[in-house]
Design a protein around this ligand. Sequence first.
Ligand SMILES: Cc1cc2nc3c(=O)[nH]c(=O)nc-3n(C[C@H](O)[C@H](O)[C@H](O)COP(=O)(O)O)c2cc1C
Ligand SMILES: CCCCC(=O)C(=O)O
Length: 389
Amino acid sequence: MSTPPPFGAYQSEIYLQGLADVVPPFSTDGTRLDDLVRERLEPGPYGYVAGGAGSGDTMRNNREALRRWQIVPRMLTGATDRDLRTSVLGTSMPAPIMLAPVGVQSIVHPEGELATARAAAELGLPMVMSTASSHTIEEVAAANGSGPRWFQLYWPNENEVAVSILDRAKAAGFTTLVVTLDTWTLAWRPHDLDQSYLPFIRGVGTAIPFSDPAFCAPLAASPAEDLNMAVLRWVGMFTGTDRRWDDLPFLREHWDGPIVLKGIQHVADARRAAEAGMDGIVVSNHGGRQVDGAIGSLDALPGIVAAVGDRLAVLFDSGVRTGADVLKALALGAQAVLVGRPYVYGLALGGQDGVKHVLRSLLAELDLAMALSGHSSLDQLTPDSLTHL
Ligand SMILES: Cc1cc2nc3c(=O)[nH]c(=O)nc-3n(C[C@H](O)[C@H](O)[C@H](O)COP(=O)(O)O)c2cc1C
Ligand SMILES: CCCCC(=O)C(=O)O
């Protein structure tokens, strides 16, 4: 198997552009994007995307948990050529980085998830499409073309609607189902409450149910004709839902690919997912957007990997901003890492090219972090690559 060109090549590409006095479209530092976007977006959309639950403590805990683990570099290991390719639940990817499901993307850029789907396909990175997308399943699949794609389900209250959405996702080539468990109702989010800002009220992020025959069947008028009625039905369908562990066989019955539960933080829940015959989990606290005062997501990872890592694909998200962050999560046993806000900031700053720039920067930084810390392959990353402060 020939070694693919290193992602670190983005670095030389950028330096060479300097010969023609060209600089990157915006910062290559994933920790600075939030500041750039704050200046660009209206306060409503900015607060919605960047904000967390309550005081923001969980968001800060995510970053602090990542900072408390630090890399201990090794020398003279022959890490000149790296191979970051991997496969998760049958999906091949050029590096263990995926685009987390993020809804309502058209609040930051008119092309929304379509631009994201195109950028993901250009890089071959799997995207996870959200149930709360501002474009339909079929539109995003078309934009993603032959790229790898998974579908994220917000489990609706009505089974007919769930089945209809799952059938559409399957028909549109989504291979793995990601079921998000931590957002069955929205948290207390002062950023949004203080501005009375909720995108869904404006009908953004409702494209999938509003284009769904099972969702629309009981409506007296179409969502285009009577937005308020449709939004009311949306609220009843997707908020305050009550699903339990016993309900999981329903998903197995209606989805024939792998199923991943997203939003796991407790070891006991990870064990439960394994016992329920799930294929994977995402160790995630939704980027600190749901439970304020919760642990940093990375702090949940080692215990969960020890408990179920041999039975389930364990993925990780929440707080990842740099290549070093990705390296740390991989070293602690995640098979792949999802990023949320960073690529959405890229979308806000530059559409499809902006998403691509953020992801290429992250890939390059991961590649160089691997190289300079002495790792030439993913299997060389172990907890021994790190120390905990
Ligand atoms: C604006 C926004 C919308 C989101 N929408 C969804 C969603 O529709 N479904 C979902 O499972 N997670 C959603 N998430 C959570 C992400 O999938 C992911 O867990 C989180 O963003 C990871 O943290 P990070 O932003 O620090 O990378 C959303 C996150 C943001 C920032
Ligand atoms: C009910 C959909 C919520 C979208 C979402 O996941 C978020 O804003 O974090």
